[in-house]
Write a protein that binds this ligand. Structure first.
Ligand code: SF4
Length: 238
C-alpha cells in the first residue's frame, strides 16, 4: 500500500496517542510506534506550536475548564464509567464555569419552537438570552441569485433567504458571551462561523429527516442507508 502522507486518524487501529489506562508517570510513545499516517509523526512541529498556544493564560484556562467539563460528564461507578449529562446540561455547566451571563441563540426558522424551549431553560438557569433566527432581514432569495425554480415554496412565492451573516453580526453587536448554534443548515452554518467573532458552540446541527441527529444515517449505513457507502448520485446539480 502506498505510504500515507496526510493524517488518517480515522483509520488508526493503534490510537497510541490515547494511552488509555497507562499510569501518568509513563512516558510518551516512541515515534517508531506511530502509524505512518500519524500526524504526530508527520508534523510534530504543529504539536509544538499548539502547546505554545495552551501556554497563553486565557487559552490555558479555557482549555482547563473544557476539560473539567468533560470530566464532569462522567461518573465512575463500581461497574464502570458512565456518561451522565445531556449536551444542554453541559452547555449550562460550561457557560457557568466560564462566567458567561449573556448567551445568544442563532437558530433556524424551522426550529423556532426548540429555540423558545431552549430560551426558557437557559433563562431559568440564570442567563440573559438573545435569539436571532435565520430568516431575519427578510431578504428575498433572488438577492443571492436563486432562480424561481429553486425556491422551496414554488417559483411564484416569496421566500426569504437564510441570513447567517446578519445572525453573526447581531451576536457580535450584542457581544454575547457565547453564541449557540441551533439547527442551522449546512453552508449557512459555515457562513455563521466565518462571521461570528464571539465564542461559539453548537447545540444541534440540522438534519431534516433524522430529528437533527445526522449520525443516525451512519449507524444505519450497513442497512437502510447503504446507498451512502455506494456513492450517492445526482446531488451536485447546478
Ligand atoms: S494521532 Fe496517531 S496514534 Fe493517535 S489516532 Fe491519530 S494516527 Fe493514531
Amino acid at each position: 500500500m502506498a505510504e500515507k502522507k496526510y493524517p488518517q486518524c480515522a483509520r488508526c487501529l493503534s490510537r497510541i496517542c490515547e494511552k488509555r489506562g497507562d499510569k501518568t508517570a509513563e512516558g510518551l510513545p516512541s515515534v517508531k510506534q506511530y502509524p505512518d499516517f500519524c500526524p504526530m509523526g508527520l508534523m510534530p512541529e504543529v504539536f509544538d506550536k499548539a502547546a505554545g498556544e495552551y501556554h497563553k493564560p486565557a487559552i490555558k484556562e479555557f482549555a482547563r475548564l473544557a476539560s473539567v467539563q468533560e470530566f464532569q460528564c462522567f461518573e465512575r461507578l463500581p461497574d464502570g464509567i458512565r456518561a451522565k449529562l445531556p449536551r444542554i446540561e453541559e452547555l449550562i455547566q460550561f457557560a457557568r464555569k466560564c462566567g458567561y451571563k449573556r448567551l445568544g441563540i442563532a437558530h433556524c426558522g424551522g426550529l423556532i419552537k426548540e429555540a423558545g424551549m431552549l430560551t426558557d431553560i437557559l433563562e431559568n438557569n440564570g442567563f440573559e438570552v438573545i435569539s436571532v433566527q435565520c430568516k431575519a432581514g427578510c431578504v428575498p432569495k433572488e438577492a443571492i441569485g436563486i432562480r424561481p425554480e429553486e425556491k422551496i415554496a414554488g417559483p411564484d412565492r416569496w421566500e426569504s433567504m437564510c441570513n447567517p451573516i446578519a445572525q453573526a453580526m447581531i451576536m457580535n453587536h450584542f457581544q454575547v458571551d457565547l453564541a449557540v448554534m441551533l439547527g442551522l443548515c449546512i453552508g449557512h452554518d459555515t457562513l455563521f462561523i466565518k462571521y461570528c467573532d464571539v465564542p461559539l458552540t453548537v447545540l444541534a446541527v440540522k438534519d431534516r429527516l433524522l430529528a437533527h441527529n445526522p449520525l443516525a444515517a451512519l449507524y444505519l449505513s450497513d442497512s437502510y442507508y447503504r446507498r451512502l457507502k455506494n456513492g450517492i448520485q445526482g446531488s451536485e446539480t447546478e
